[in-house]
Design a binder for this molecule. Sequence first.
Ligand code: GTR
Length: 423
Amino acid sequence: MINRLKSFAHQGTLRFNNQMKKALVCLIGLVSLSAGVCAQKTDRFMGEIVNYDEGAVPAYTLPDILLTTKGKKIKTVSAWKKQRRPELLALFEEHVYGKTPDSFDSVKFMVTNENAVAMAGKAHLKEVTITAWNHGHSVSFPVVLFIPNKRTKPAPAFLLINNRNSRNTDPARVEKSTFWPAEMVIDNGYAIAAFHHSDVAPDRKDSYQNGVLKQLFPEVLEKDNGMKAIGVWAWAASRVMDYFKTDKDIDFNKVALVGHSRGGKTSLWSAAQDQRFAMVFSSCSGSTGASLARRKYGETISLINKQFGYWFNNNYKKYSNDVNSLPVDQHMLIGLIAPRPVYTTNATEDRWADPYGSFLSLRNAKAVYDLYGEKVALPKNMPGVNMPIIHSAIGYHFREGKHDLNVYDWTNFIRFANHHFNL
Ligand code: GTR
């Protein structure tokens, strides 16, 4: 817990320092104003120049999402499923997020606390402990779940990978947070669940191993293509799906996975692997999330590897200074979610996450949705601020404000889910 707080304090300081720098540069009049933010064109971070100048993004060529490594053009859903999809998954495992172990011995669920009249009678609270076993060792982590009482059938659900304060998901509802607006979600007829990422892999470079990796899969720690923190967080989301399968109050075919920032990178990777997730939301996920790796704008592979190398496998470090040799780019991660609906977000004050690079990633994933005949209604150019795209298998909004997950985001997630789940 203390570690978690320290890590957030650290990020807070970094962001604050950056804000201060920006404000100073504004004051001495070296820059122009754009989107309400002082738009300086470069910054320095960890010994590198960070580019924020659209005109200075070097040219790049994206790998073709529908061309196999053997040079075969994919033209049908069945060829996509049999050849290209498994090939791309394997490439992401090998070069980016690491390989998730194929199996483990068993998983068990225990409801440790229940309240059928939580939230003033509106919801049924279940606190569930998930315990996974492998080779005689086990790891347990808690899940908080509220299910709406006003319903005639099993409820569709949102599952959040909580990478912020654990009090955001307070089961007693003494504390309430816009990061996980549980009452609002319940009022809209959805169940809402969450687990904390650090309960399965601590979010620190010196201790991420303590949890699932050391206990269940120690051999993975030796491998250059072994999963690290993001791989474990994604694996844990799948264990919650295992639980949902056993809970008759949940509509197992309508579960949407939600994550913000590092959690948003994780939600995409988790849903790419685990096709039981019917829908995915990825908020401000940036580098190695929804944003294209080849675009040199904001955070790059080099910067993310320096700061957060323990999220990705060892092989990913090879691409810090050679992004063009990476055999995948992030549009392919979005493509792996097809034909399921996916929605990503960006914020005007979060250039670090490269909003345009994230939009381009969605546009370039469209080819896979087209194969399936799914309607993708993304405009050609970046949509305006606060203009959500809902009636499209790939949804998106670019909202005003800072790097965050908030009520505006959740409001549009619910609209998107209502539309695609026909609710
Ligand atoms: C940032 C990091 C991003 C993003 C974010 C977060 O500092 O550079 O890639 O993941 O943290 O998770 O809040």
